[in-house]
Write a protein that binds this ligand. Structure first.
Ligand code: SF4
Length: 88
């Protein structure tokens, strides 16, 4: 997308500067996406930052506490493929 030729209908827009800015943004998002792709190979996408499970289905890594209103804790290790633990 950033490599597409930009139209410059507005003479107040510096198209070279705009293109450089878009290229920079593209590279930032590309790195973020690459890291996310790598992390999601082992970290389950349903695990929140506090290691609670937000999945709406059963998983053998869910650890339920005595509080019925709280989300279950995730007992997954992030070292193995979590998808095999999901209920079919
Ligand atoms: S309990 Fe299972 S579904 Fe929930 S976050 Fe952990 S691995 Fe993912």
């Amino acid at each position: 997308m950033a490599q597409e030729q930009a139209r410059n209908d507005n003479p107040e827009v510096d198209s070279d500067k705009a293109r450089a800015s878009l290229d920079r943004l593209y590279n930032i998002y590309k790195d973020i996406a690459s890291t996310a792709d790598e992390v999601m190979q082992t970290r389950c996408p349903y695990k929140d930052a506090a290691s609670r499970c937000t999945a709406k289905f059963g998983c053998r890594n869910q650890y339920f506490t005595s509080d019925p209103t709280s989300l279950p804790a995730c007992a997954g290790s992030d070292q193995i493929d979590y998808r095999e633990a999901w209920d079919q």
